[in-house]
Design a protein around this ligand. Sequence first.
Ligand code: ATP
Ligand code: ATP
Ligand code: MG
Ligand code: MG
Ligand code: MG
Ligand code: MG
Length: 266
Amino acid sequence: MAKSKFEYVRNFETDDTCLRNCYIVVRLDGRNFHKFAEQHKFSKPNDNRALGLMTRSARSVMEELEDIVIAYGQSDEFSFVFKRTSTWFKRRASKLMTHVASQFSSSFVFYWKEFFGEQPLLYPPGFDGRVVLYPSNRNLRDYLSWRQADCHINNLYNTVFWTLVQKGGLTTVQAEDRLKGTLAAGKNEILFSEFDINYNNEPVLHRKGTTLIWEKREETVTKSMKLPNEEEKDVAVTRRRKTVEAHHCDIIGDQFWEKHPDILED
Ligand code: ATP
Ligand code: ATP
Ligand code: MG
Ligand code: MG
Ligand code: MG
Ligand code: MG
């Protein structure tokens, strides 16, 4: 096709190719979800419908886009890690990030009903995205550890805060005052001595967040086969299929990584 005289404007596009060999991390975070949670009557401190919908949307991102090897989510955020050798969209940061953000957002709306039933979605939610590159396995693991540590810190705080309000009868202002300056040990102590709650027995989904990885599963299906004599017969066929599986476990220590050695590349 002949070039138009307008074609030169393409040269104004900036090059945002991600450095080779690096893991490409796209992290999404819900826009103004403090308000979104309030308006949609999320239960506090953790609304399992919302967490389920976040995970469903992240699963859709992994299944529909290429080269994502692991995703980690908590609260209103999800991080997606592209394998370091990915050449999807020529590693253009804006392409990768916008595909993740839009696939996630449209899925969040598409699957809303599966988690919230007849409760209406009051307005179209949005998610911001950012891209960060990590050159080593250690850096990538530390990134994921950072997010899981953040999940722990926030969940411990929120668990004590909402216990003081919901069971202790404190106002939110009083609960905030009570927690000012307390360390983790102090928060655990309030839960244990005043409310008979052992934080370690709180749901692992809330304490550890959600990790999604690809796993090979054996799947047996019955297929009807035509025999040479034209007769039909049902036979069981077993095949290995890659599916996205959710884990709610520690990913800071070595155990998870030793159990799933093919997530990280050399
Ligand atoms: P920003 O637009 O800057 O991200 P934000 O209001 O989304 O603002 P965040 O720091 O991202 O602020 O915090 C998300 C908030 O959403 C949490 O503080 C929490 O109140 C709420 N939230 C998200 N998911 C849940 C959930 N599953 N259950 C209860 N509350 C949730
Ligand atoms: P890519 O993912 O690379 O963008 P694409 O298939 O979306 O691939 P585009 O160059 O964006 O390719 O072209 C969009 C195509 O979508 C058009 O070629 C056209 O066939 C179709 N299309 C989009 N909008 C309309 C419309 N309103 N009516 C008919 N066809 C449309
Ligand atoms: Mg934020
Ligand atoms: Mg947010
Ligand atoms: Mg957030
Ligand atoms: Mg297109």
